[in-house]
Design a protein around this ligand. Sequence first.
Ligand code: SF4
Length: 128
Amino acid sequence: MTEKCLCEPNEIIIFSCAGSSNVGQIANQAAIKLAQSGVGRYFCLAGIGGHVSGMIESTKAGKMLIAIDGCPVACAKKTLEHAGFQIQEHVQTSDLLGIDKEHQFNVDPADVGTVSDHVAALVSKRKG
Ligand code: SF4
């Protein structure tokens, strides 16, 4: 059963792998869209990987952590877990969209919308 979260948008923290591929950039653009639409805050994954103290502390204050990865390698999820964080939601754009990872950056805005809508629905479900 999904645990309910009484969280405000500023307590919902989104990370994206922002990988150098079509699916990684879909993840990045979906995270931007979610932040711009007020679903949550988009934080820098590199700050977690670099153990930047301020970013670690800001992330600890979050109540719902969401990782959006481009492919099953799951760099965002693994980076967060390596730093000791527990993720509430994890999405892989390649799985969700049924597309292959390619080292090109032709991103279909409809794919970005599908991912951001999916994440927004997951957040709504958790908030009850
Ligand atoms: S999850 Fe996949 S697309 Fe994203 S950074 Fe890692 S290898 Fe690249």
